[in-house]
Every structure is written in C-alpha cells, then in structure tokens.
Design a protein around this ligand. Structure first.
Ligand SMILES: NC(=O)c1ccc[n+]([C@@H]2O[C@H](COP(=O)([O-])OP(=O)(O)OC[C@H]3O[C@@H](n4cnc5c(N)ncnc54)[C@H](OP(=O)(O)O)[C@@H]3O)[C@@H](O)[C@H]2O)c1
Length: 243
C-alpha cells in the first residue's frame, strides 16, 4: 500500500537521498526552504523511481513556517504514514565565551523546535496512517559535543531526548526513532567545516572514511520498516563515537 511520507529538508543531502530511497510506490511530500531547484531535481528523481512527489516550501525555524507546511500538506494528504524530521544545520560555530542569545535561539529553532512543532501538528494525520512512525535526525555531536559546535550539539541532544519522551507518550499508536549520523558529506559542511577538518574526522574514524547520504537513508528506511523498534537512536558513524 502506498505510504504518504513527509521529509523535511529534502532538497539536498540526507533528506534528498532519503526521498529517493523511499520513493518506489510511495507519495513523498518533499519539503524545502531556499533550494527550490535542488528540490525540483529531487522530485524528478523520486518520480523516476516510481514515486509521487509533492513539493512544499516553508521556513521551519519559525512557528508560522511549521504551520504553513502543515496547511500545505493537508491540502492533498488525508493521512500520514511517516514523518522524517530532517531539516537542520549547524548555522555557525561559536566559542562558549562568545555566545549570543540570538544564535542560541536560531540553532534551537531550526534543529529542535521545528521538529517538535511539525511533529505536534502532524499527530492527527499520523493517527490515520498505517504503522505510523517518525524518524528524527539527531547527530554524533550530541554524543561527544565538538568545540565551537556545542549549541548545535545541545540542540540535537534535546531532539534525542524528545524522541524517547514522545516514543513513550505516543505508543502504541505511533513509533518514534532517531538516527545520529557521523560525518556525512553533504552541503551541511559547506560553510562550517574546513577540508582539513573533514580529512581529520575521516582519519579519526575506525572505518577510515566519512559517510554518504545513502548510509543514513538506508538506516531511516530500516527504522520505518521495522515495526518492533521505538524510542531508539541508531548511531551511523563508522565507529567514531565508539567508547
Ligand atoms: N552532514 C552531516 O555530517 C550531518 C551529521 C549529523 C547530523 N546531520 C543532520 O542531518 C540533517 C540533514 O543534514 P544534511 O547533511 O543533509 O544537510 P544539508 O544538505 O545542508 O540539508 C539541510 C536541509 O535542511 C533544510 N533547511 C535548512 N534551514 C532550514 C529552514 N530554516 N527551514 C526549513 N528547512 C531548512 C535545507 O533546505 P534548503 O536548502 O531548501 O533551504 C536542506 O534541505 C540535519 O538535521 C543535520 O543536522 C548531518
């Protein structure tokens, strides 16, 4: 049976790869914010894999944007089977001695509040789905922080805690899980990581490489399909967070 799947931040990177990976036989609600052309390309790929694609634009770092996304979604969706809260980003690195309230607000709004708000709005639609479930995109950063990326790490820790809290609250009706990616080569790193950092992370990883969006998309697919998993966060990082 065809699933209705909403993926936030599906214009590029992990979200785009997940849209294509989940496309066959499904209706992908493909959300983007600024990258319209990239989102249109992803929609074409979804269609070429036998899926249906509907594009939805919204800035999810604002409550109004989350409500706009939901309003657009309900124009054609009368149920939702899967919600992937993927939109996010590091935005900017900042040392702890220099913290600005506005940056803390921006990072938490984009990575935590957006997923909380979109989830809250989508629950009635999810309740009408089949084996409805949610997958949140956390990060390796929440496992061990990262100098100058600690606001982002904390925002992903909050999302991880949110995952377990609502997994209990919404069981048995709706499953909720998370994936915590390691270093994945996507536009995420364009303005916040240097080539030297990316090389150093690869060398520090036991599997001696960084990841690809497909490493994460395939894990999201696994969580969607396994109806005996809820409240879990799966680390996909080549062993980088191993203790
Ligand atoms: N790549 C990594 O190494 C890594 C590691 C750990 C966790 N993650 C997490 O994985 C998720 C996907 O990241 P990615 O690597 O695929 O990065 P990406 O290619 O930069 O994708 C980020 C997505 O988020 C969307 N987005 C950004 N700001 C937004 C806003 N204000 N409102 C709505 N959407 C917004 C972007 O939309 P537009 O481009 O259309 O504006 C884009 O589709 C994020 O939550 C990220 O924190 C990534």
């Amino acid at each position: 049976m065809s699933k209705n799947i909403l993926i936030t931040g599906a214009s590029t990177g992990i979200g785009a790869e997940t849209a294509v990976c989940l496309a066959p036989g499904n209706h992908i609600y493909l959300h983007f914010n600024n990258s319209k052309q990239a989102a249109e390309k992803t929609a074409e790929k979804v269609k070429s894999k036998g899926g249906k694609a509907t594009l939805l634009q919204a800035d999810l770092s604002q409550e109004a944007g989350c409500r706009k996304l939901y309003a657009e979604l309900t124009k054609t969706a009368d149920k939702l089977d899967v919600l992937v809260n993927n939109a996010g980003g590091l935005i900017k690195r900042q040392a702890v001695r220099e913290y600005q309230w506005s940056l803390m607000e921006d990072i938490f709004s984009l990575n935590t509040f957006s997923a909380m708000m979109v989830t809250s709005l989508c629950i009635p639609l999810l309740e009408k789905g089949t084996d409805p479930n949610i997958v949140n995109l956390s990060s390796i950063a929440m496992r061990h922080g990262g100098p100058t990326a600690t606001i982002y790490a904390a925002s992903k820790s909050a999302l991880d805690s949110f995952t377990r809290g609502i997994a209990k609250e919404l069981a048995p009706a709706i499953r909720v899980n998370a994936v915590a990616p390691g270093v994945i080569i996507t536009p995420f790193h364009d303005n916040v990581s240097t080539p030297e950092q990316i090389k150093a992370w690869s060398e520090a990883t036991p599997l001696k490489k960084n990841g690809t969006p497909m490493h994460i998309a395939s894990t999201i697919k696994f969580l969607i399909e396994n109806d005996f998993i809820t409240g879990e966060t799966i680390d996909v990082n080549g062993g980088l967070s191993m203790r």
